[in-house]
Design a protein around this ligand. Structure first.
Ligand code: BES
Ligand code: MN
Ligand code: MN
Length: 485
C-alpha cells in the first residue's frame, strides 16, 4: 500500500515529463506497413527499449522477427509468395525479483502493447501534422497517440513510478512484450509466443489497446472480434484492351469484382456465404441485458462518431450487437486499371480488392476463409480467373470476467474514477490475445483508456491527456495490488 501510494504521487509529480517523452516517441513515424519506414519502426523499438532499460527493467532486448510475404507480380501474372521478409522487432524486458507472498511465488504480469502505427493518410484532413504531436483542449493529437503508443507508454510510466517508489524494486514480477507489427497482422509475435512460451511465462496479461465505453466510465473489454483479411485478384483478358474495340466482347475484372462483392451480402445486411454463421454463438441473456443498460444513444453515435445519414447493417440486431457480437464484412480498397486524371478508355486485364471479415466467437478463421473462398469462386462471372488470398487472420476472443485479476482491475479503476466498471466487448481485433490464451494458458485484462471519439486509424487521432494520467494511476494500482495478493 505504501509503495502504491508513493508511486501514484511520483506519477502525478512527473506527469508532465511523461507527456514530453511520449511526444518524442510520437514523432517517430513507425508505420509498420510502409517499407520506406523500416528504419523508423526500428528507431521506435529502440526508443522503447532504451526507456525500459533506463527505468530499471532487466534483460531488455530487441527480438528479430520474420514474416512470409505475398507480393503482386508487376504484370498481369499471379501473385508470388516471396520468402520470409524481415519483420519488425519485438521489444522484451523483465523484472522477476518480486518477493514471495506468504510462501507463494510472486505473481507475474505480462504487459503487452504495440509501438507501430497506422499510415496517417489522408494528410490534408489533419489539423496539425500526424507526427508533430500537438496539445489542444486537453488532448494530444498525433498518429499513435492512443493506438497504441500512448497506452503502451502508460505501462512503461507505471513501471517507472513503481520502481521509483520501491527504491529500485517492483512489487510484482513483470515481463514486457511490445510488438511492431500489430497494425499489419504480423505473425512474428505469434511465432515467438508459440516457440518460446517459457520466456513469456506469466499468470495474466495486461493489454491497454482498447477503449472506454464513455468518458469517465471505467471499462474492461471482455470480447474482441477476430478477423480474416483477404485479397481477391481478378484477371480477364491477357492484356489491357481498347474498350471501344473490345467492349462487348472482353470480360472486365472490375465488373466481376463488383458483382462478387455485391453478392457477399443480401439487402438486409446478412452475409450470404453458405455456412458462415453456423458457429456464431449469441451473447448470453445477461450480457445483452447489461449492454441495454449502457449509456448509448444511437442518434448521437450516428451523428458524431459515424457521421453518416443512416446506420447500416444486419436487420434485427442493435448497433452494439452488430459491432460486437455479429460478423461483419468490409471492402477496404479496389485497385488497378485507370485512376488518373481525365479519361482513358481501357478494359484493364486485372483488378484487385481488399476484403476483410470480422469474426465472433466461436467462428474459426481458417474455416471462415475456406467458406468464403469457395463461395467467391462459385459466384465469379465467367471469363474471369480468380486468386483469393488470405493476408492475415486472428481468432475472436472472449475473456473471463471471473478471476482475481478482473477484481484487482475493477478495484484499481474504482479508486481512480470513483465509478463501477462496465464490461463491454469491442468490434476491433487484437490477435495476440488469442495466442496468450492458447499458447500461454493465461487470461488477459483488456484495460484501455481510449475514448470513442479518439479517431483510431483516422485523421486527427488523439489521446485525452486526463485518461493518460488516470490510466497510469490505474495500472500502478492494479500492478501493486496484484503483487500484494
Ligand atoms: N487497438 C486496435 C484494436 C481495438 C480497437 C481494440 C478498439 C479494441 C477497441 C488495434 O490496434 C487494431 O487496430 N487492430 C487491427 C487488427 C488487425 C490489423 C489484425 C484491427 O482491429 O483492425
Ligand atoms: Mn492497437
Ligand atoms: Mn490499430
Amino acid at each position: 500500500m505504501k509503495t502504491m501510494n508513493a508511486a501514484v504521487t511520483y506519477a502525478k509529480e512527473n506527469g508532465e515529463r511523461f507527456v514530453d517523452e511520449l511526444k518524442a516517441l510520437l514523432r517517430i513515424p513507425s508505420i509498420s506497413t510502409d517499407p520506406e519506414r523500416t528504419a523508423d519502426v526500428r528507431r521506435a523499438a529502440e526508443f522503447v527499449a532504451a526507456e525500459l532499460r533506463r527505468i530499471g527493467m532487466e534483460n531488455v532486448r530487441l527480438i528479430e522477427t520474420s514474416t512470409p510475404e505475398t507480393v503482386l507480380a508487376p504484370s498481369s501474372g499471379p501473385a508470388q509468395v516471396v520468402a520470409a521478409r524481415e519483420g519488425h522487432p519485438l521489444v522484451y524486458a523483465d523484472y522477476l525479483h518480486a518477493a514471495d507472498v506468504d510462501g507463494k511465488a510472486a505473481t507475474t504480469v505480462l504487459l503487452y502493447g504495440h509501438y507501430d502505427v497506422q499510415p496517417p493518410e489522408p494528410l490534408d484532413k489533419w489539423k496539425t501534422p500526424p507526427f508533430e504531436p500537438t496539445e489542444r483542449d486537453g488532448n494530444i493529437y498525433a498518429r499513435g497517440a492512443v493506438d497504441d503508443k500512448g497506452q503502451m507508454w502508460m505501462h512503461v510510466k507505471a513501471l517507472e513510478s513503481l520502481f521509483a517508489a520501491g527504491g529500485g524494486r517492483l512489487p510484482v514480477n513483470v515481463r514486457v512484450i511490445v510488438e511492431g507489427e500489430e497494425e499489419v497482422g504480423g505473425e512474428g509475435i505469434a511465432e515467438f509466443v508459440r516457440e518460446h512460451p517459457d520466456e513469456l511465462a506469466a499468470d495474466v496479461a495486461l493489454v491497454s489497446d482498447s477503449e472506454m465505453f464513455a468518458p469517465d466510465l471505467p471499462t474492461l473489454c471482455v470480447g474482441l472480434r477476430g478477423m480474416i483479411y483477404t485479397e481477391i485478384e481478378a484477371r480477364g483478358a491477357r492484356t489491357d484492351l481498347h474498350s471501344g474495340m473490345y467492349g462487348g466482347a472482353a470480360p472486365n475484372p472490375f465488373v466481376a469484382l463488383a458483382q462478387i462483392i455485391a453478392g457477399l451480402k443480401d439487402d438486409s445486411g446478412h452475409i450470404t456465404i453458405p455456412g458462415f454463421y453456423d458457429k456464431v454463438s449469441p451473447p448470453s441473456a445477461a450480457e445483452l441485458k447489461a449492454w441495454r443498460e449502457l449509456p448509448f444513444d444511437e442518434e448521437h453515435y450516428r451523428e458524431t462518431e459515424v457521421g453518416s445519414t443512416v446506420l447500416t447493417g444486419e436487420a434485427g440486431f442493435s448497433v452494439l450487437e452488430r459491432t460486437w457480437a455479429r460478423p461483419a464484412l468490409d471492402v477496404h480498397g479496389i485497385a488497378g486499371g485507370f485512376t488518373g486524371a481525365g479519361a482513358k478508355t481501357v478494359i484493364p486485364s486485372r483488378a484487385l480488392a481488399k476484403v476483410s471479415m470480422r469474426l465472433v466467437p466461436d467462428q474459426k478463421p481458417m474455416e471462415a476463409f475456406a467458406q468464403y473462398k469457395a463461395y467467391v469462386e462459385k459466384i465469379c462471372p465467367k471469363g474471369i480467373a480468380l486468386e483469393v488470398r488470405l493476408i492475415h487472420s486472428g481468432d475472436p476472443i472472449a475473456v473471463s470476467t471471473d478471476n482475481p485479476y478482473v477484481r484487482a482491475a475493477t478495484s484499481a479503476m474504482h479508486t481512480v474514477f470513483a465509478k463501477e466498471t462496465v464490461f463491454i466487448r469491442s468490434g476491433g481485433s487484437i490477435p495476440i490475445v488469442g495466442d496468450f490464451i492458447r499458447e500461454l494458458g493465461i487470461p488477459s485484462i483488456l484495460m484501455g483508456f481510449g475514448l470513442p471519439d479518439d479517431n483510431l486509424h483516422a485523421p486527427n487521432e488523439k489521446f485525452h491527456l486526463a485518461n493518460f494520467h488516470r490510466g497510469i494511476e490505474s495500472i500502478v494500482r492494479f500492478l501493486a495490488s496484484v503483487g500484494e495478493a
